[in-house]
Design a protein around this ligand. Structure first.
Ligand code: SF4
Ligand code: SF4
Length: 382
């Protein structure tokens, strides 16, 4: 049996969160069983883009402060950060209030641009990864994912948060090589396998900020904040995500990244083999998150391997001109260059090139990119 501590916590109040995380950690022997006094600790945020804390897109600043203060009871040798999708890390941290916390706590922010290579010899899509050296040249990683839905991946949690080991726009290129959801899921697991291998003599601890999560068209401005009142703690990212999806009553069959990881043996994905400690799942029976619109089950995902099917049967991005500020972020990130923009004009989409990765919607600061209606043929088939 693997273990996940599930702790009810209703507000972003510093001492309360510290107490609740400590309560969760006690089931694993406390934080001292993960960190020694001489260790260097990397705190991995979810800092996908420059969005205010109340939008529930990034790890909350008070949650982050609580974790930093707990770690500082053991060591002050801490580095912190993430690789946002397009914007500079400092700009992103300042926008969501994390920067002030990090400065107050006197913690070093990583430089994500210095790379090292990690490998996965049992890969399906990628075998080598250029990752930020600062994220692996440590003794312990504390991963702080946010509990969010995700238009492409259905839900993003502890495992998917580690996609941030890849620097900024380099992430977008993955969607070209792994251009359908199942292949993308394999690629994310290739990376996760490489991280597990790199960390095999080190420690990983995942602490999920699920106090207020994101439902609907996550993981960015398309999603809506939703109270879940949950903190989850586990060394196993896959077990933690498995329990998180039960907390918010979404469908595990659609969480393909986790299902692939479980099948590969990267963690425990079988609910019956995971011990939930602290609160019970029934304590969260009133928590329901809206899934991303028109999310697909396994058969649908398999069919999307065929490019023509994607174009004929799936919804596509639509720019809402009344919201768009013509910033060009969507065109900048679009992996196959299906979205383009001319100075002073609205972006344009070439549907035939679009691979439906939804990176454009993820980085749009205005929530100006919506899903079209699913074509009639798609509604019949899926
Ligand atoms: S337009 Fe958006 S959904 Fe389509 S390929 Fe580009 S980033 Fe992905
Ligand atoms: S759709 Fe969003 S990201 Fe694209 S130009 Fe408009 S505001 Fe910027």
């Amino acid at each position: 049996m693997t273990k996940v501590a599930l702790i009810k916590c209703e507000e972003y109040q510093l001492e309360l969160i510290k107490n609740k995380i400590t309560e969760g950690l006690a089931f694993f022997g406390g934080l001292a069983s993960f960190i020694n006094k001489t260790d260097k600790v990397f705190i991995k945020l979810n800092c996908v883009g420059p969005f205010e804390a109340e939008k529930a897109i990034t790890t909350h600043p008070i949650f982050t402060k609580a974790v930093i203060q707990l770690v500082k009871e053991i060591t002050t040798n801490i580095v912190i950060g993430d690789n946002p999708a397009t914007k500079d890390l400092l700009f992103t941290l300042k926008k969501n209030g994390l920067y002030n916390v990090i400065v107050e706590e006197n913690v070093e922010i990583i430089n994500g641009r210095d790379f090292t290579t990690i490998t996965n010899n049992k890969c399906h899509v990628y075998s080598e990864f250029q990752v930020s050296r600062a994220m692996v040249d440590v003794d312990v990683m504390i991963n702080l994912p946010k509990l969010k839905t995700h238009s492409l991946a259905y839900m993003t949690g502890a495992e998917k948060n580690l996609f941030g080991f890849i620097f900024g726009l380099n992430k977008a290129g993955w969607h070209v090589k792994a251009s359908n959801p199942l292949e993308f899921g394999e690629a994310i697991n290739d990376l996760y396998g490489a991280i597990l291998d790199t960390y095999k003599n080190k420690k990983i601890l995942n602490i999920m900020d699920g106090i207020v999560g994101l439902e609907g068209e996550g993981p960015s401005s398309g999603g809506l904040p939703k109270q879940a009142s949950a903190i989850l703690v586990s060394p196993d990212a896959i077990s933690l995500d498995r329990i998180a999806i039960e907390v918010v009553h979404l469908d595990i069959n659609k969480l393909f990244i986790n299902n692939i990881g479980g099948a590969r043996g990267y963690g425990e994905n079988n609910l019956e083999k995971i011990e939930v400690l602290g609160n019970k799942l029934t304590d969260f029976q009133a928590v329901y998150f809206l899934p991303p619109k028109d999310s697909l089950g396994n058969l649908g995902l398999k069919m999307l391997r065929i490019k023509m099917i994607r174009n004929l049967l799936l919804e596509h991005p639509v720019i809402k001109h009344s919201e768009c500020i013509k910033c060009g972020e969507c065109a900048k990130i679009c992996p196959p260059k299906a979205m383009t923009i001319q100075p002073g004009q609205f972006p344009k989409l070439d549907k035939s090139r679009c691979i439906r990765c939804w990176c454009c919607s993820e980085v749009c600061p205005q929530n100006a990119i919506k899903k079209s209606k699913r074509p009639i043929a798609g509604r019949i088939v899926f």
